[in-house]
Design a protein around this ligand. Structure first.
Ligand code: PLP
Length: 401
């Protein structure tokens, strides 16, 4: 591992053997245009200043780093700190990336934004930023997901987005992605495809990572200011992997800092009802990039399950596949039932209702922290708040209103 590793992906968009751009020929010019424009914005101080200013004034950054004393005391081991992405505008880390790419689209002179969404969280973040930046917004969403996530659909509509139902295939995220790519191919001249995680073809995994790295940069400063040292563990849930990479990446060269990514074990890894792509997947190509995927022996993508909608995806960002191969990060999996335990634990000890995605990280941390001394510092990325999950969570734990 050298300093160069931190500068990955390489020019071809690879992190080791993972990543790349496996897309139709017609999209290569669009990806090149995106890469060029993004490179310009990195050295454009007006652009950078605008991003940081809106992070402060609109998103509410920096988010607090909260020492969870009651949680730590209850567990009786290491010191646990929560990075409070749940306190951002719209209530999850996704807004960091939506804002960054929204500004990038404007910089490129694109007037029409397209996105795809599963549970609707990314769709809401994109619709929010498009309203604020005065951009046209179209969100593709599977018909089944539209039925299940009516409040997010209402939010998107209120924010001025057009929600286009997708009725093909399984009528869920996978089909919405295909539809969005189809739209992009036909309308590349004025259309920006705003991707929601560190997935897809190069340069998306790099761009999304860099916008989300604001999480890890702040964490580093905050831990230093409070403890005059680096943390020992960084722990985050992994769906596509953007909140985890955003926390991890700024610490890549700090070898004493251990990274743990928590995947969804759903009903259990033996059940085939899970979404643990890194732990149980095989290398393949999905949605434009090479990475670990949940697929059968013939390379057909498997259906996935997690109680947390944001973790319910058969692939994972290529940079995580690279981290696992070089041993820079460790990946573990937590079941639905265990995540619900983590969910209740944080509610009762700290008065914070977490989203079900980071509840996976809370459960794992509680197990890990028990055997560690108090001097050890663990940062959990609390990627979002639980309002969106109240119904599912309360139903699952048998609580009635
Ligand atoms: C979408 C979502 C996730 C999963 O996405 P990543 O790209 O893996 O971060 C995690 N937590 C919350 C709250 C989400 O909304």
């Amino acid at each position: 591992m050298t300093t160069k590793d931190r500068q990955l992906p390489n020019l071809g968009g690879y992190f080791g053997q993972f990543g790349g751009k496996f897309v139709p020929e017609t999209l290569i010019p669009a990806l090149n245009e995106l890469k060029q424009a993004y490179a310009e914005t990195i050295t454009d101080s007006d652009f950078q200043q605008q991003f940081l200013q809106l992070c402060r004034r609109y998103i509410g950054r920096p988010t607090p780093l909260y020492p969870a004393q009651q949680l730590s005391a209850k567990i009786g081991g290491a010191t646990i700190l929560l990075k409070r992405e749940d306190l951002t505008h719209t209530g999850a880390h996704k807004i960091n990336n939506a804002l960054g790419q929204g500004l990038l689209a404007k910089y490129m002179g694109k007037t029409r934004i397209i996105a795809e969404t599963g549970a609707g969280q990314h769709g809401v973040a994109v619709a929010t930023v498009c309203a604020m930046l005065n951009l046209n917004c179209i969100v593709y969403m599977g018909e089944d997901d539209i039925k299940r996530q009516s409040s997010n659909v209402l939010k998107m509509k209120l924010l001025g987005a057009e929600v286009r139902p997708v009725s093909s295939g399984s009528r869920t995220l996978k089909d919405a992605i295909n539809e969005t790519i189809r739209d992009w191919v036909s309308n590349v001249h004025n259309t920006y495809y705003l991707l929601g995680s560190v997935v897809g073809p190069h340069p998306y995994p790099m761009i999304v990572r860099n916008f989300q790295s604001v999480i890890g940069q702040e964490t580093k400063e905050q831990v230093r200011a409070m403890y005059h040292r680096l943390p020992d563990y960084l722990i985050a849930c992994v769906g596509g992997g953007s909140n985890a990479i955003g926390l991890f990446h700024p610490f890549f060269n700090e070898k004493s800092v251990k990274f743990i990514g928590v995947e969804a074990a759903g009903q259990g890894l033996e059940s085939n009802q899970h979404a643990a792509s890194l732990i149980a997947g095989k290398v393949g190509v999905l949605h434009g990039a090479k990475s670990y995927l949940l697929q059968d022996r013939n390379g057909q993508i498997l259906t996935t399950h997690s109680i947390a909608p944001g973790l319910d995806y058969p692939g994972v960002g290529p940079e995580h596949s690279y981290y696992t191969d070089i041993g820079r990060a460790t990946y573990v999996a937590v079941t639905d039932t265990q995540a619900l335990e983590g969910f209740r634990l944080l509610c009762s000890t700290e008065g914070i209702i977490p989203a079900l995605e980071p509840a996976h990280a809370i459960y794992y941390t509680a197990k890990l922290a028990t055997d560690l001394p108090q001097e050890q510092l663990i940062v959990i990325n609390l990627s979002g708040r639980g309002d969106k999950d109240l119904e599912i969570a309360c139903q699952a734990i048998g609580m009635e209103s």
